[in-house]
Design a protein around this ligand. Structure first.
Ligand code: SF4
Length: 363
């Protein structure tokens, strides 16, 4: 496929792997932020191409994985109400809540619709004026512009029967949280190319400077990732700590200004809970007061006692790079994609699902 195959060329991959091997003189531990990158690493066995002294850890950049159990429980509660059509991306349906998931609500008669865009929810609301329609607005900076646009349009078009259960998070505070943990092992980051396509990468420069750590904005194809690792390792070996852009075919330093404008119109920065990790200050997006009437949490208030169902699941440690999926005793035994105990085994971007699917049994 044009514009894809050239980034999957095995000979080029071997050249990058050879260049990395020649450059490395000591062990380095890197983290790829995004679950899409984790899946490429697993799918193309990229760790096997690297010298043994390069360790890759998998970061928290999977929106399905980090959506807190409290928000899943609220979704389950709202989706079970009479007169509600609940709209969600498909991979949220199997994420475990405190005692069930959205798929169970659907099987019990809840009107849950899988959509591919928040604009689909807008159309459903227009087509069903007698129903309350709720869209589960989750994700990182990548989904924020489309979600913000849908919320903006809902208000502008005076659509009264659509609201949004928001669970938006942003990457830079999560990087800071990982770096400030006493258990941190990460010495260099591969930042998520698609996030930086929206936000640019200026906001990573103070983080790199403060923590003296290389951050390389990196794409998702195998050659992108190998080049990102090479750039990161070159910095580490040279004692440099800068933000560099491997994914220049998509990312500008200033990002997409139109997308940022609509995000800023609708959302403001708030603290957010990250599943398995806990509260990270200033790490989320919440609706501004002008859009509060479209907040499903205001429209359907509920008090729920949320708790994790599985005591075995260590997905919080996996998402922080402290453990790998196959360190979990439940991996591949009591926890599989057919019967997931944690969100990282559910999502197509989850590290546990990637390890299971591509049979990465060794760390
Ligand atoms: S294998 Fe399952 S139980 Fe273990 S960390 Fe991953 S999702 Fe949690």
């Amino acid at each position: 496929m044009k514009f894809v195959d050239e980034y999957r060329n095995s000979k080029e991959a071997e050249l990058f792997a050879g260049a990395i091997a020649k450059t490395v003189t000591r062990p380095w531990t890197l983290m790829e932020i995004c679950g899409g990158q984790t899946h490429s690493i697993a799918k193309y066995s990229l760790q096997d191409l690297l010298p043994a002294n390069i360790t890759l850890l998998h970061g928290p950049g999977c929106p399905v994985c980090v959506t807190p159990v409290e928000q899943i429980d609220k979704a389950i509660h709202i989706a079970g109400l009479a007169n509600v059509i609940f709209c969600s991306f498909g991979d949220m349906l199997r994420v475990p809540g405190s005692d069930k998931d959205l798929l169970a609500v659907k099987s019990q008669g809840g009107d849950i619709r899988i959509v591919y865009s928040p604009m689909d929810a807008l159309k459903i609301a227009i087509d069903n004026p007698e129903k309350e329609v709720v869209f589960f607005a989750i994700g990182f900076e990548t989904t924020a512009p489309a979600n913000a646009m849908a919320i903006f349009k809902t208000k502008a078009d005076n659509i009264k029967n659509l609201s949004f259960l928001v669970s938006q998070v942003i990457v830079p505070p999560a990087i800071c949280s990982i770096l400030e943990s006493p258990k941190n092992r990460v010495q260099g980051f591969l930042a998520a190319g698609h996030v930086c396509t929206i936000m640019g990468y200026r906001e990573y420069e103070p983080i790199s400077k403060k923590h003296n750590i290389p951050i390389v904005v990196t794409g998702f194809e195998p050659l992108d990732i190998l080049q990102g690792i090479f750039m990161c390792v070159k910095q580490l070996e040279a004692g440099r700590a800068e933000v560099e852009n491997q994914y220049s075919r998509s990312v500008l330093k200033e990002g997409n200004l139109s997308a940022q404008k609509i995000i800023q119109e609708v959302f403001h920065i708030i603290p957010r809970q990250w599943r398995g990790i806990g509260k990270i200050e200033q790490s989320g997006l919440g609706l501004k007061d002008a859009y509060a009437s479209f907040d499903a949490e205001n429209r359907f208030p509920c008090k729920l006692q949320s708790q994790e169902r599985s005591t075995e699941c260590i997905s919080g440690l996996v998402l922080q790079g402290i453990k790998k999926p196959n360190d979990c005793p439940a991996f591949g035994k009591s926890c599989t994609p057919e019967s997931p105990l944690g969100a990282t085994m559910v999502s197509t971007e989850g590290a546990c699902a990637a390890y299971y699917r591509y049979q990465l049994i060794q760390s």
